[in-house]
Structure formats: C-alpha cells, structure tokens
Design a protein around this ligand. Structure first.
Ligand code: CP
Length: 311
C-alpha cells in the first residue's frame, strides 16, 4: 500500500509539482508497468471512483491511454468529446463540467484549447483535475511519460543532455518537458528555426542551438516535435521542404554522430517533415515505448490523486 502522497490535489502542470512528486509518480508507475505486463492486467484499486474524460480538442494517444489506465484501475469511466456535445449549442465550460459532476464524478481528465482552462476549473469545482493538454501551455502527463521513458533508457537523468527540436512555440509538450527535466537535474536546450522558439525560454535557463548537427552532437536524447501547421496562422519558415533540410532528423545526420543518441517523438508524427520514417521506425527511436509507458504513468497519477479523495 502506498503511504507517500503527492504535494498537489490536481495535476494542472509540471510547474506546480516537485521533484519528489515526479519520483513518487515514477515509483508507482514502475509497479503498474509490471502489472500491465501480466496476463491479468487489471487491479481493483479504484472500484469506487468515477472518472470523466473531457476532450475539447482531438487526441488519439492521450485519450486512449487515459481510458485504458482508468479501466486497468477498475474505475468507472465516461467519455465526452466537444465535437458531438452541447458545447456546439453554446454551453459554457463551467456549465458542461458542473452537469457532468452532478452525475457524481470524482475526477476530470481534460484536454482544452485554452491555456489555463484547468487552473480556472480547479477554482470552481470539487473534483480532482488532470490536465491532458491546455492549448500551447502544458501537457504534464506527456512530460512525465517522456522523462520516465528516458530514465528507463539512460538511468538517472541528472547531468544528461536533452535537446527539444522543432516547433517549440506551439508545443505544450516542450514547456512541460523543460520543467520536468530541469527538476530531475537534466540539461535542456532547444533547436529549431528562431521564429519557432519563444523568447521567454532564456528566462527558464534554456539555450537555443541554431544548428541541428551541433544540437545532435551535444545531446543524449533528441525529443523531436511535430510541426503544428494547424496552429500556424502565418508562415514561420519558407517551406516544409526547407524545414526538413535544415532541421529534419534523418539517418544521414545520425550516422555522422560519434555515439548513438535516443530519439523520441510525442506523436502524432509528420513522417518526412520533422523525422524520416527510417529513423522513426528504427531501434534508436523509443516512440512506441513512450506510448506503452504512458499507460503506467497515467495509472500512477490517477491512483495517487484518487488516494486524496475523501469520500
Ligand atoms: N502526444 C499526444 O498528446 O498525442 P495525442 O494528441 O494523439 O493525444
């Protein structure tokens, strides 16, 4: 039985949690990873808990991963997609959530396009809240599963060099990764077109490497981000072809390095844009390990927050 607990009542962002919280989540995720690799993958831990998954933005990995994590903990689960809900008739976020909570829901997992939507909600409702992505702000569970996957591959992350490559400006994964990896003692830098690197990053102690070869030579891990064309209302670089030439991760670039580095990508991948298929599908890439670890890490987060619900 777990006796330690998280310092927070909600998982709103990595910014708000401590190194001890991250290590506790990893410790519990280790146990759940062993469980989900057994023939019987389910535990009865959350039989009295009801969780609502509210997705106001599209998702494949995060939505399925949360649902599987919840079901493997034996929670009751309800799913909501804004695209086929009464949000389309003008219902507000608070009204939507309060209606769902009236049905005796204990925990809300939410993806929302507005940065800060979860923080706002946490001031107005009684249920535990997990941020499954808020606009371009944070994606804490992705950062935790990324760091967990790096730790599985490299051991202790203290002193390890991680470069985040690509569209940092539109990425919630980048900011959460930076907070998480820095808390774990890793060195984090970014690489990409300067138009896609937010100016505030230097205030977080994150340097920008302008040249991809230099970045790959420096790092132990390259976490490659998707170019988020759907969030780009103006042109941030001349063409996709030029982006791939300047910053794309391909075999030729990796073969020039002295040592093999770990390649990661949060998905979905734009094959042939930020990463070529031969790299994405190679042993060097741990992209599907990240997805597998996501279930165990999310089970750990849900379990630890649920243990703070007083019935
Ligand atoms: N990594 C990630 O958040 O993927 P989805 O958008 O498919 O959930």
């Amino acid at each position: 039985m777990q006796t330690k607990e998280l310092s927070v009542d909600h998982l709103l962002g990595i910014e708000h949690i401590t190194k001890d919280d991250i290590q506790l989540i990893f410790e519990v995720a280790d146990s759940f990873k062993r469980i989900i690799n057994r023939p019987i993958k389910k535990v009865p831990s959350l039989r009295d808990i009801t969780i609502a998954n509210l997705f106001f933005e599209n998702s494949t990995r995060t939505k399925l991963s949360f649902e599987l994590a919840e079901k493997r903990l034996s929670a009751d689960v309800v799913n909501f997609s804004a695209s086929n809900s009464s949000v389309k008739k003008g219902e507000t976020l608070i009204d939507t959530v309060n209606n769902i909570l009236s049905m005796k829901v204990d925990m809300v997992v939410m993806r929302h396009p507005s940065p800060g939507a979860h923080e706002f909600l946490s001031r107005h409702i009684d249920a535990k809240i997990i941020n499954a992505g808020d606009g371009t702000h944070e994606h804490p569970t992705q950062a935790l599963l990324d760091a967990y996957s790096m730790r599985e591959k490299l051991g202790d992350l203290r002193g390890k060099n991680i470069v985040i490559v690509g569209d940092v400006l539109h990425s919630r994964v980048a900011l959460s990764n930076i907070f998480c990896l820095q808390k774990l003692g890793a060195n984090v830098k970014v690489c990409g077109p300067l138009t896609l690197i937010p100016k505030y990053l230097h205030e977080l102690g994150v340097e920008t490497i302008k040249n991809i070869e230099e970045a790959l030579n420096w790092c132990d891990v390259a976490n490659v981000l998707r170019i988020q064309l759907e969030r780009q209302d103006i042109k941030f670089f001349p063409s996709i072809r030029e982006y791939s030439q300047q910053f794309g991760i391909n075999k030729e670039r990796l073969e020039k390095l002295g040592e093999e580095i770990v390649i990661m990508h949060p998905g979905p991948i734009n094959r042939g844009v930020e990463i070529t298929s031969d790299v994405a599908d190679s042993k060097q890439a741990i992209i599907l390990d990240q997805v597998e670890n996501g279930v165990a890490v999310r089970m750990a987060i849900i379990y630890l927050l649920a243990s703070k619900i007083h019935k």
